[in-house]
Design a protein around this ligand. Structure first.
Ligand code: TPP
Ligand code: MG
Length: 677
């Protein structure tokens, strides 16, 4: 990544290929008045807004604004500083602006920004401004989510007085051991870049460093610039060049020829090679290159959550999800693989089934990743490169190589066996339906209906609960941007703000937000933001009266679903096992301004999805409320996930679970095998 001059514009053009950040000569905003003096007098808040509005990203020759806008919630700290600057910007109008959108919850606005950036392949994002104290710390979870998922987002928490003259102010943290600590220091471990601008002079360097990190595929994540409330409002004479348009090129690092040669040699020698496609395939736009590679070689591919949709459903080499929430097809091939080619994956524990997925005694790994950090995992061959570039080079290097025909046949057989299980989950046999209570469906039916009735380009959004796993296994992805499950941080509450972010990024696609009752209750608030902004998202609210996911996990680990259902505390037992809580989430969604459709059977769901799709594009959110039976599970992945069980217990259920746990632990592999010389 480097920032280069926009050569299409007149004026001095820098040596774009070699230099670091170079500004374009075109200025942004009305700075001409003081251009003669070479400086412009603005507050720090005004300077931040003007600077952000002038930043662009570029990849493969295509340019876009780096910041689509700024989300915020005002309070003291930002109401006068950044708030005044955003108002002034809005009143001025014109093209190079930073539009402001009021959110309901600071955590949520970061989620929306992250979802937007993910959908834009990390080439565009939003800034987020929050008030002093709780407003700012509400963004911490969003910061962690962005950094874990490696998605760019700019956070602008407000800080207490840099001068400290009026301290301690409302919401200021006072700790006796250090006078300069503020709550915003909590952003440090969660951010890929952090700075606190205590003096205006520090701002230019902070902003330039922030842009560098945001637009670097390796470094990117949450970027935080803390802005004390007095500094935000302070005026300074800025050099006008600070506000010139800057274009930050997102690069495609090329692989070393020797690494490609080694990788090709390992693949040629393998009998059962297997690809693990991760989020890097999407961010690099490497789907066509992956397809070409798989088609040329016959090597099958499994997908992590972030990588799902790397190959379209139905492609002969597409084995779907791999790992703890994988398909039996991908997991069987992973188990037998003698070479795993990880592409843009960070090998999270769900992907490797907690290091039980790859069981071939001689298995080795070739890891293609833009981040050396990830290539080093599982003692693999390190191919540091952009996924698309590396795949093209590898396909060329493997010219003429094909897997054995019997391997292709095995892929086809495993896939058709799994696909039949998906079909049965989508359309459960009559006896399953008959056993359900009145008005209740299976989760598989809900996913199947939505999948079949949505357009291939529609986007499904989810993050936590039992649905991410079920979607990973069951969802048939037919477009590269159609699957958006946040499973790096798996944060309950991401779903609705995330859906808004996707829709903002791509208003031509319908967005289906799949949200459980638990996640919904954590953050229904942004429905109000969707109403305010006329943003259509279709929320499928799956009511199963508690935590189906954690309830099942609890049961598997011997903890008897303890504390995972929404029930009254029973007066006699003193435990949470009374009647179901009388929660009316449909009424709740309606009260927030959403259009709500309540369904009680499959036909009703089919009609609801059709009606929701037909609803006006600017008509705000549509919520489909459906009740499901949490005891009907999706087909098994024949896999495992390491969640420790109590080693000693007074409960039989825990002792049994511990025995089973130790058996699974025995299958765990260290993956430290060296590479051939
Ligand atoms: C913010 C947050 N808190 C806790 C968790 C742990 N957790 C994961 S799933 C889950 C329950 C989700 O319930 P619901 O949305 O109703 O989905 P269901 O499990 O019923 O499908 C919990 C508590 C989490 N992922 N995120
Ligand atoms: Mg639930």
């Amino acid at each position: 990544m480097s920032s280069v001059a926009d050569s299409a514009k007149p004026g001095p053009v820098a040596d774009s290929a070699t230099s670091g950040p170079v500004a374009d000569s075109a200025t942004s905003g009305p700075v001409a008045d003081s251009a003669t003096s070479g400086t412009v007098r603005l507050t720090v808040g005004q300077a931040v807004v003007r600077f952000l509005a002038a930043q662009w990203s570029e990849r493969d020759g295509r340019r876009q604004r780096l910041f689509a806008g700024c989300f915020g919630i005002f309070g003291h700290g930002n109401v006068a500083g950044l708030g005044q600057a955003l108002l002034q910007d809005e009143v001025a109008g014109g093209q190079d602006r930073l539009p402001y959108v009021l959110a309901r919850n600071e955590q949520a606005m970061v989620h929306t920004a992250v979802a937007y950036a993910r959908h834009k392949d990390r080439l565009q994002t939003w800034a987020c401004t929050a008030s002093v104290g709780p407003g700012s710390t509400n963004m911490l979870t969003g910061a962690a989510l962005a950094t874990v998922n490696r998605i760019p987002v700019l956070l602008l928490p407000s800080g207490t007085f840099a001068t400290r003259v009026a301290g301690p102010v409302l919401q200021e943290l006072e700790v006796p051991y250090a006078a300069d600590v503020t709550v915003n220091d909590a952003f440090r471990p969660l951010s890929r870049f952090f700075d606190r601008v205590n003096r205006p002079e520090q701002l230019p360097a902070a902003l330039l460093a922030a842009m560098r990190v945001l637009t670097d595929p390796v470094e990117t994540g949450a970027v935080t610039i803390a802005l004390p409330q007095d500094v935000q409002a302070e005026a300074y004479d800025w050099p006008v060049e600070l506000f010139e348009r800057r274009i930050w090129r997102v690069g495609r690092p090329l692989p070393e020829a020797a690494d490609i040669a080694d990788a090709a040699a390992l693949i040629s020698a393998a009998r059962r090679p297997f690809v693990v496609a991760g989020g890097g395939v999407h961010y690099s736009g490497a789907e066509a290159a992956l397809r070409a590679f798989c088609e040329a070689t016959g090597i099958p591919a499994g997908e992590s959550q972030a990588g799902k949709g790397s190959l379209p459903h139905g492609h002969p080499q597409a084995m779907g999800a791999v790992g703890s929430t994988g398909t039996t097809a991908a997991n069987a091939l992973a188990r037998e693989a003698d070479l795993v080619i990880g592409i843009g994956t960070r090998y999270a524990d769900f992907t490797t089934a907690s290091r039980t997925a790859f069981q071939h005694p001689d298995v080795r790994f070739v890891n293609i990743n833009v981040a050396r950090f990830d290539t080093g995992k599982l003692a693999g061959l390190q191919v540091v490169a952009d996924a698309r570039e590396a795949l093209a080079a590898l396909t060329a290097a493997l010219d003429g190589y094909q897997v054995e025909p019997s391997y292709r046949e095995r892929q086809a057989a495993l896939w058709s066996e799994w696909d039949a299980r998906v079909e049965a989950a989508y359309n459960p046999p009559a006896e399953v339906g008959d056993a359900l209570a009145e008005g209740v469906l299976t989760q598989g039916t809900v996913l199947g209906c939505v999948n079949e009735l949505s357009d291939p380009r529609d986007v499904v959004v989810c993050a936590a609960g039992s649905m991410p796993g079920d979607l990973h296994k069951l969802w048939r992805v037919r477009d590269r941007k159609a699957y958006h499950v946040e499973y790096g941080y798996s944060c309950m509450g991401y779903e609705i703000p995330g859906g808004i972010g996707v829709r903002l990024a791509d208003p031509d696609r319908d967005v289906f937000v799949m949200v459980g009752d638990g996640s919904y209750l954590m953050m229904p608030t942004e429905l109000v933001t969707a109403v305010q902004e006329h943003i259509k998202i279709i929320v499928v609210l799956v009511q199963n009266h508690g935590f189906h996911s954690i309830g099942s996990l609890s049961e598997a680990l011997g903890s008897q679903r303890f504390g995972t259902s929404y029930r009254f505390r029973d007066q006699a037992s003193g435990r949470l096992d009374g009647d179901r809580l009388p929660i009316d989430l449909a009424a709740n969604a309606r009260s927030l301004g959403a259009t709500v459709i309540e369904v009680r059977d499959r036909e009703g769901l089919v009609q609801a999805v059709k009606d929701a799709k037909a609803a006006p594009a600017d008509g705000g959110p549509v919520v489909i409320h459906v009740e499901t039976d949490p005891t009907v599970h999706a087909p098994d992945s024949e896999s495992w996930w390491d969640v420790p069980v109590s080693q000693v217990s007074e409960l039989d259920s825990t002792r049994r679970a511990y025995e089973e746990y130790t058996a699974h632990k025995a299958a765990q592999r260290p993956h430290v095998r060296g590479l051939p010389h």
